[in-house]
Design a protein around this ligand. Structure first.
Ligand code: PLP
Length: 379
């Protein structure tokens, strides 16, 4: 049970300290209990109470959630998470655009391996194999192409197509980046066919890859972007951004899509102010290069595979399905990492992670891999 968080560290109820390279799946952009205005924007003390340890690790329920349980006949409460809702909004926006400007076109081309959330429509848009048998029937109107291959995208375009939607780096699938060239080609193709280009930057946005938004690496301008996770710096917040040309959901009819409260938005702006400076983004890029080179050295030492990703969203290919075992050992050793696929580890530390913290995490992994190698040799 995690009871306290500060920066890159969490403490459990037995006072054991953990170095956190998951940060609630890249949610705590500035670490636990973030500094300055990012903390005060949601009220003193709340930031610490809301430290987001992640889906699989428990923290004390926020007091409002506890009160809901205590005052009802229910035992559990979960709070719907907003990234999926932003994507839901992007999908609705595209469909409305299709209805208005493209003869009712409604299909959205998405990608195998992609992940866009856990609402019914966003699960349907996702290309995650494990989602396929769940909650049938899915929402129709999503056609899946292969990442970094333009021909299958071209082959799926029809009169029904209104948009192409993708994560610039597929996080859940194991950190598979769309190449800058592919993003540029997609932008050209979507323009040529009058389709909207939607980037889901819920994981890659807000400085995570060393630019404020990942699309900047490719020098393109999408039509629609969704943000989540890091924008709230630990509290649930998301954003749906669109160019004027495709804004068809008017605020005159606010009932058509949900809106967030201003206290969350203030927190988001505070995070943005902190992150959106050239110095901060350069520090993220530098920390990312350091982490990447340390992971490469680790990989070479232990005969592992490639290091993929960008900035502070990186994966190490383990070549073997040993991810869960390494995650469990690291947890016992006081380090939180994540294995989105059995043969990969994913690293999503706070954007202000220090070199010292990176080295500590690498030392921990090194020791685990030395032990694992010795065990394999004995076996
Ligand atoms: N899109 C991407 C790329 C994500 O990584 C996630 C969350 O992991 C989502 C959408 C869904 O966001 P949320 O969990 O806030 O609904």
């Amino acid at each position: 049970m995690f009871v306290r968080g500060a920066g890159s560290y969490l403490w459990d109820d037995s006072r054991k300290r953990y170095l956190d390279f998951v940060q609630g799946w890249a949610v705590n952009a500035l670490g636990h209990s973030p500094p300055g205005r990012c903390r005060s924007a949601c009220g003193a003390g709340q930031a610490a109470a809301d430290a987001e340890p992640g889906l699989l690790q428990r923290s004390e329920p926020a007091s409002s959630r506890k009160a809901l349980v205590e005052n009802s006949c229910f035992d559990q409460v979960s709070s719907p998470i907003p990234g999926a809702e932003a994507n839901e909004g992007a999908i609705k926006l595209a469909r409305k655009y299709g209805a208005k400007y493209k003869n009712g076109a409604f299909e959205i081309i998405t990608f195998e391996g992609g992940f866009h959330g856990r609402t019914l429509a966003t699960m349907s848009a996702s290309g995650k194999k494990a989602f396929e048998p769940l909650f049938e029937p899915k929402v129709s109107g999503f056609r899946k192409a292969k990442l970094n291959d333009l021909d299958p995208v071209k082959a799926l375009i029809s009169d029904n197509t209104v948009a192409v939607m993708l994560e610039p780096i597929q996080g859940e699938a194991g950190v598979w980046p769309a190449t800058d060239q592919f993003l540029q080609e997609l932008r050209a193709l979507t323009k040529e066919h009058g389709l909207l280009l939607i980037v889901d930057e819920i994981q890659t946005g807000m400085g995570r890859t060393g630019k404020l938004f990942h699309y900047e690496h490719a020098g393109i301008e999408p039509d629609i972007m969704t943000l989540g996770k890091g924008i709230g710096g630990g509290v649930p917040l998301a954003a749906l951004l669109a160019t004027d040309a495709c804004v068809v959901l008017r605020t005159r009819r606010p009932g058509r899509h949900l809106q967030r409260q201003s206290v969350d938005v203030r927190r988001g702006l505070a995070v943005l102010e902190h992150v959106a400076t050239p110095e901060f983004l350069k520090a993220v890029a530098d920390a990312g290069l350091f982490l990447e080179s340390e992971l490469q050295k680790l990989s070479a030492r232990h005969g592992l595979g490639e290091v993929r990703g960008r900035g502070l969203l990186l994966a190490l290919d383990l070549k073997l399905p040993i991810g869960a075992a390494i995650v469990a050992e690291a947890l016992a050793d006081g380090v939180l990492i994540n294995s989105p696929q059995p043969d990969a580890l994913r690293f999503m530390p706070a954007l202000n992670v220090t070199r010292e913290e990176i080295s500590l995490m690498i030392d921990c992994l090194d020791a685990i891999l030395v032990k694992a190698g010795a065990a394999r040799r004995v076996a």
